[in-house]
Design a protein around this ligand. Structure first.
Ligand SMILES: NC(=O)c1ccc[n+]([C@@H]2O[C@H](COP(=O)([O-])OP(=O)(O)OC[C@H]3O[C@@H](n4cnc5c(N)ncnc54)[C@H](O)[C@@H]3O)[C@@H](O)[C@H]2O)c1
Length: 412
């Protein structure tokens, strides 16, 4: 079967000479910011939690808020003022996001809108001199992923995708172990988003849903994996993608559709990525079948194995049938505990319960900006992990044909 090449990748490859002159932002360091002034765009369910978290993080303040819904602006403003902080500037009309991006006195634009608007806002924010943190996925098309990369390189601004699953304890520990070579050479990994959201997707007698309509509408009009980054992010870090290996091609297939929607998309999407070194990654998505929650998170190497769901366990080459669960697993988690867990889990759990990973993610973001450090994830990660939204769609719509995955680093 022939590999499908993307028109836009060809266009960018042709631009390679110009782009080679442009310095990479792989390990971008920017001037330290003593107190990070944040503007939030999109103040729905996710953002209000983030606004609350930021109230407990040293060295940042929320100076501006923007949403199309006045009630959301008022609720988020109230969170800020109830903590004794100064009332933020607010923007509520259709052009509000542009006005916020243009505003002086903002260092970081934190984007929590629907998927389709992330890239436009991120690009405009960087063009107006702001760093960007965007919710997942950072973009939904390959062309928009390139726009993020191009703009970050041209403006020398950070653009991080807020992939919180990279900060979960088992994942961090496994990444640590992978970097120390405990699994030997990693050959295959799996990462998924398998979540029974039938109740949120279903409409009631009035045609209303518990879940945002934009999310269901996007899924109904696409046939691939609309939400690949939770599964893929920590796997990509464990496999050293962009740090020693790179993704080369993907094949993706979708099952038939079940349920009452007449949308195009299949219920279960499975995609297989091949890396340049010849390793493989399985990424799956399903939100419409009754099954236990799972992000899979499986790492398989020549010396060892880790899997998070349904029960966290490790196994090693000398006795690979012996799945180390329970206490044995805890011992390994303790031995290879990631420093972020030691630093952020306790306080994060006090503040956010099981969502302490979001607290860890935001603390790290603010810490790096305050200290002029490279961020934990860069714009190339954001682009690569997000581009699978479109690539899985292309492959699934072509009977599972292999599709080239662009190298957003342009070989660097
Ligand atoms: N990482 C995670 O675990 C996690 C969990 C939930 C949601 N998310 C992500 O967070 C993002 C937001 O999800 P949500 O559940 O909060 O959605 P939501 O629909 O509750 O909120 C989106 C908000 O953006 C506002 N908005 C949309 N377009 C706008 C514009 N042009 N200008 C200003 N405001 C605008 C809407 O009015 C709404 O209030 C999504 O990208 C989603 O995938 C991530």
């Amino acid at each position: 079967m022939r590999l499908i090449f993307l028109d836009c990748t060809f266009a960018y490859m042709n631009k390679k000479t110009t782009n080679e002159l442009r310095e990479s932002v792989l390990d971008l360091r920017c001037a330290p910011i003593e107190c990070v002034r944040i503007g939030f765009i999109g103040l729905g369910v996710r953002a209000k939690r983030a606004v609350s978290r930021m109230m407990h993080i040293e060295g940042c303040e929320i100076v501006a808020l923007c949403d199309l819904v006045q009630e959301n602006i008022e609720e988020a403003s109230a969170i800020i003022t109830e903590h004794g902080a100064k009332a933020p500037v607010t923007f509520g009309d259709a052009d509000g996001w542009r006005n916020l991006c243009e505003m002086q006195g903002i260092d970081l634009v934190y984007i929590c809108t629907d998927w389709a608007s992330h890239a436009d806002i991120a690009v405009y924010a960087m063009q107006n001199g702001k760093h960007v943190a965007t919710e997942v996925p950072a973009a939904t098309t390959v062309a928009d992923c390139w726009r993020l990369v191009d703009t970050a390189e041209a403006t020398r601004k950070h653009c991080i995708m807020l992939e919180n699953c990279c900060y979960d304890e088992f994942e961090l520990c496994t990444i640590n172990m992978a970097q120390q070579g405990v699994f030997g050479e990693i050959i295959h990994c799996e990462g998924s988003y398998l979540h029974d959201l039938r109740e949120r997707i279903a409409t009631n007698d009035n045609g209303e849903r518990k879940w945002s309509n934009w999310q269901v509408e996007f899924m109904n009009s696409h046939n691939g994996n609309p939400y690949p980054t939770h599964g893929l992010g920590p796997i990509a870090l464990a496999m050293n993608i962009h740090r020693g290996d790179k993704m080369k091609s993907i094949v993706s297939v979708s099952s038939r559709r079940v349920g009452d929607s007449d949308g195009l998309n299949g219920t279960m999407n499975s995609s297989l990525i091949t890396t340049e070194k010849g390793n493989t990654i399985l990424v799956q998505h399903c939100v419409a079948l009754p099954r236990p929650y799972s992000r899979s998170f499986l790492v398989s190497g020549t010396e060892g194995f880790a899997q998070k769901y349904p029960i966290q366990h490790f196994a090693f080459a000398q006795d690979s049938d012996n799945a180390l669960t329970g206490e044995a697993c805890e011992k390994i988690l303790e031995k290879y505990r990631h420093p972020y867990v030691a630093e952020y889990k306790e306080r994060g759990t006090e503040l956010c319960g099981r969502r302490w990973i979001d607290y860890a993610m935001d603390c790290r973001l603010i810490h790096c900006l305050r200290n002029g450090l490279p961020l934990d994830m860069n714009v190339y990660d954001a682009a690569l992990w997000s581009c699978l939204v479109e690539l899985t769609d292309i492959s699934a719509n072509n009977g599972g044909a292999p599709v080239e995955i662009p190298d957003f680093t342009r070989g660097r």
